[in-house]
Design a protein around this ligand. Sequence first.
Ligand code: PMP
Length: 406
Amino acid sequence: MDINKLLAGRTKLMRASEIRELLKWVTEDVISFGGGMPDPSSFPINEIIEVTRDVLTTKGDKALQYGATGGVPELKEELMRFMNKGGIGTLGDHDVIITVGSQEALDLLGRVLIDPGDYIITESPTYLAAIQAFRIYEPRIVGVPMDGEGIIIEELERRIREIREGGGRIKFIYVIPTGQNPTGITMSMERRKALLEVASEYDLLVIEDDPYGYIYFGNDSQPSRLKAMDSEGRVIYMSTFSKIAAPGLRLGWVYATKEIIRWLELAKQSVDLHTSTLNQYIAAELLRRGVIERNIPRIKEIYRTKRDLMLQALSEYMQDGVTWTKPSAGMFIWLSLPDHADTSKLLEIAIKKYRVAYVPGRSFYPNGERGNDMRLNFTYPKPQEIFEGVRRLSLAISEYLREIKP
Ligand code: PMP
């Protein structure tokens, strides 16, 4: 039977993530900078065991029951307090929805906001799985280039004007202002203010995806969240427990005006009714007991140490003509080869001959415009693997660059 004849049009827009495809190739002897996983030693396992037992003992009846689509009220309240400490004020006309990871929030936002042919704007490059989530709803995705300070505001304005002049409808601007995935870049304060001004001037929604803001490990002070500066209710803020506790909990949240949250709840109802009640009670208790707050400095230290190791290895081993970012947040370093290089082609040499893996950069560009970058994860590999992996990567790059000499 040919299932292809029966697939919906939108199904053909789904593409296997290059990261997942890559994982198939990666055997035990390959050092992988490819994934996007936290260091498992950062998970507060013992505290989670204790909290789970307590939750099941004291409120097992509620924790194992169906719950409200918006989420467990205790968790929503704890999150309000948590965000408050992160500079986001509690606004009367705002609410929270708890999602299955922030990945679900991306899908729900696409579902609620995007009609086929609408324009959405992202940083370029941007989070691959956001592109995939939005793409199903058939928007035209316009990527705006970045520099070391984040999205380039003049380029953003130019594109907004172009789209508007062509009669296009822009639904939102999606940004990851802190420790961006994939580049590791943190948007400067000046750019943040300018972005909000542009959004206000052109009356646009902004989606602020903030998985890494609570584990900022830079030496300088962390720029304010866009949501903390949003006086017009145009920022839809989202974050996740994946980096501050553990991704296996699959818990994320969105904070936005009640009106937006209500639409997201309606959309979520038909997707999965609600997020795991048990996990929500566990997370509420982890926040209430201060487990998460106490664990955050430890996570920052692990990330900072591993980032420093990778930066040190890069400056020791990398050849001239190769450049990379120096992140203050997030889990990734973005490495760029000379313009004529193609990191998808290099990958085969890297994995098969040198036993090292990474994610080629092209798929992070909404329109695939650049192919000479790669994303390196520094949080999952062990310290000795970071050094050895960078050494191998540099050998693979040398061999490849010799092969393609212009
Ligand atoms: N947004 C960004 C920018 C991410 O990097 C990630 C995870 N790597 C997510 C969303 C989704 O994470 P989760 O579903 O685990 O919350």
